[in-house]
Design a protein around this ligand. Structure first.
Ligand code: SF4
Length: 338
């Protein structure tokens, strides 16, 4: 079945200026944190796409750029084949109902002064979809839909009166009540008790199926991504370094950084033996030359230090930004790394 695209990023960049004194600017020029540095990817209607990477890889900035919560420094965003890169004002506000964000911390993302019923119904009123009575009626239905039953016991409570898991359910209900076509869920289970994570992932998955909503699921944990996503992108220091079907990436990773991520998760089912990477993620103000991963990569060569690797097409929608991707993939097939 041919997949239909809902959103596409083309060469997306976001550089944040660094605060510098006048003298620093004179000596070294303007400095920027290159949070996202030329990322292109496509997400299809109704699919869950996982964006994975360590903290500082640029995945949250990428999510915000896709939703137009940040303006890009360069590149384009196409939503439903429409260029939305420079959309502003009323046209942007009208488009927002189709694109929603679920944040990592449900406590910070819910207004502590609002009752639960008003938190869930507010987007319907804000986007003039219905009047207050109808919005509250739908919000009550939503409370039941997310398992907060009977709804009267929850409708007039405030966020601080609920548990972390219940608050995240409310944040999901608030996003989903608009029946969005695209949602960015930024680490939505990382602050939730481990015992409740699966039920939150199931809730997201059920909404996705029911509403045919596409989701970008941001996480640092490939094992969580593997529960919910079919396709995955791996980010490192503002760049996309691997992209493909999650199953292919887990079984035959084609980038050393992905292998290192996989090795750090004992629960994930992969035959790959681990490799160890050195040091910390480098300073995004001053990224390494050539392949950004070279100071930490056990396979780095002189070519890696000087030449930036492009994303190479390895077939079946699998891409890797490594000069030695075919060799790395073959080693992974054999299940062996020195
Ligand atoms: Fe490692 Fe070189 Fe591949 Fe970069 S291009 S991941 S440094 S082998």
């Amino acid at each position: 079945m041919k997949m239909e695209e809902i959103i596409r990023a083309e060469g997306l960049k976001k550089y944040f200026p660094v605060e510098q004194s006048f003298l620093e600017r004179i000596r070294g020029g303007n400095l920027f944190v290159r949070a996202v540095d030329g990322v292109s990817l496509t997400i299809n209607k109704g699919e869950t796409f996982a964006l994975v990477g360590e903290s500082g890889s640029g995945k949250t900035t990428m999510g915000k750029l896709m939703l137009k919560l940040l303006d890009p420094t360069d590149g384009r965003i196409l939503f439903n084949n429409q260029d939305i890169t420079f959309l502003k004002g009323e046209r942007l506000r009208r488009m927002r109902k189709y694109m929603q964000m679920i944040y990592q911390d449900p406590y910070a993302s819910l207004n502590p002064r609002m009752k639960i019923i008003d938190i869930i119904s507010e987007p319907l009123i804000e986007h003039e979809i219905c009047d207050g009575d109808e919005a509250r009626r739908q919000a009550k239905g939503m409370l039941e839909r997310i398992g907060l039953i009977p709804s009267e016991n929850f409708a007039n409570k405030y966020p601080h009166q609920l548990s972390g898991g219940q608050r995240q359910r409310i944040a999901i209900a608030r996003a989903m009540i608009l029946k969005p076509s695209f949602v960015v869920a930024d680490e939505p289970v990382s602050m939730i008790d481990v015992s409740l994570r699966i039920s939150i992932l199931e809730l997201l998955e059920n909404f996705r199926k029911e509403l045919n909503t596409a989701m970008m699921f941001i996480t640092h944990d490939i094992s969580v991504a593997s529960i919910i996503a079919k396709r995955m992108g791996v980010m490192y220091l503002g760049k996309l370094v691997e992209l493909g079907l999650l199953e292919d990436i887990v079984n035959t990773p084609a980038h050393p950084y992905t292998i290192a991520l996989l090795s750090s998760i004992p629960s994930i089912k992969t035959k790959i033996k681990g490799i160890k990477i050195k040091g910390e993620i480098p300073d995004p103000k001053n990224p390494p030359s050539g392949c950004r991963f070279h100071p930490r990569c056990p396979f780095a060569t002189e070519k890696c230090r000087v030449e930036e690797p492009p994303l190479i097409d390895l077939g079946k929608g699998h891409f890797s930004a490594c000069h030695y991707a075919p060799e790395i993939m073959q080693k992974a097939r054999n299940g062996f790394f020195a």
